[in-house]
Design a protein around this ligand. Structure first.
Ligand code: G1P
Length: 282
């Protein structure tokens, strides 16, 4: 089975859309029912075989590093009190043995492309994954599906994609590809960041999961400012050529919006209740 060694998580954003909830708490640590949003993203990277987690954070978000600190005292207290379920939940938030964590700072908000470039020194060899934790994907683990479908011989990138409403295309990277292809990985001729609906090549939009060839870092070093005056990952992917969009099978929730976070919370509540019932039935 193919695996991805490194996954980069851009988490430097200041979460202004969620203020005041994010005044102290990074948006990536807001709970989705019982688990911080970031934990879902980490678990998805581990399911794809990641051995190196690279968080591109901001100095004003110290809680992100704190979350990954192994809290032996808390675990000992839970064990002593016999709170086994809670202990298991806390232990599941520790990175497994053999997985390295690197936290690098993005001091200036220059765009997603710049954030990914900030992780370059820790990217190792081979294709690199990128997860935007705001896009929570429940159901089948998306990055693992993509890792299985990624072919380094024919692809320079593989980006998760889904159809969006015509009035929403200007919020996303939009693909120009032959959507009649039956395969899950569609070769694309173009990839355009946040186009005006009148010129958008399609309604097939990028969702925050990427597998990228290492050459993306060199391209990003020369990528100028694009849509919104920011250094766009989409522009670097378009420059690399060999673009592929991936039809994933899970369900995406936009947790960068308040309503999306509520919907995700209800979906996870349902998942947990179902799991609880099936354990109780055994
Ligand atoms: C980013 C990407 C965009 C992608 C989107 C998915 O935009 O730049 O191409 O479609 O994530 O969530 P942002 O949401 O950071 O503006």
């Amino acid at each position: 089975m193919r695996t991805l060694n490194t996954v980069i998580f851009p988490v430097a954003g200041l979460g202004t859309r969620m203020l005041p909830a994010t005044k102290v708490m990074p948006k990536e640590l807001l709970p989705v029912y019982d688990t911080p949003l970031l934990q879902f993203a980490i678990d998805e990277a581990l399911a794809a075989g990641a051995k190196r987690i690279v968080l591109v954070s901001h100095p004003d978000k110290p809680a992100i590093a704190e979350y990954f600190r192994h809290d032996a005292a808390l675990e000992a207290t839970l064990a002593e009190k016999g709170k086994h379920d809670l202990l298991a939940a806390v232990e599941a938030s520790n990175l497994p043995e053999g997985v390295d964590l690197h936290i690098v700072m993005q001091h200036e908000q220059l765009g997603l492309g710049h954030a990914v470039l900030c992780g370059a020194d820790y990217a190792g060899d081979g294709p690199v994954g990128v997860i935007l934790p705001d896009d929570l994907i429940l159901g089948a683990p998306c990055l693992a599906e993509m890792t299985a479908a990624y072919d380094p011989e024919t692809m320079n990138s593989l980006v998760a994609a889904q159809q969006v409403a015509p009035q929403h295309v200007s919020r996303y990277g939009i693909f120009d590809c032959d959507e009649s292809v039956r395969d899950d990985a569609l070769p694309c001729a173009r990839f355009v960041e946040k186009p005006d609906p009148s010129v958008a090549p399609s309604r097939l939009a990028a969702v925050g999961r990427y597998i990228l060839d290492q050459s993306v870092f060199d391209i990003l070093r020369g990528t100028g400012r694009g849509a919104g005056g920011e250094i766009q990952l989409t522009d670097a992917i378009a420059d690399m050529g060999g673009i592929h969009a991936f039809r994933f099978s899970g369900t995406r929730h936009d947790c960068g919006s308040k309503d999306g976070l509520v919907e995700a919370t209800l979906a996870v509540q349902k998942m947990r209740k179902r799991a609880h019932l099936s354990v109780a039935a055994k």
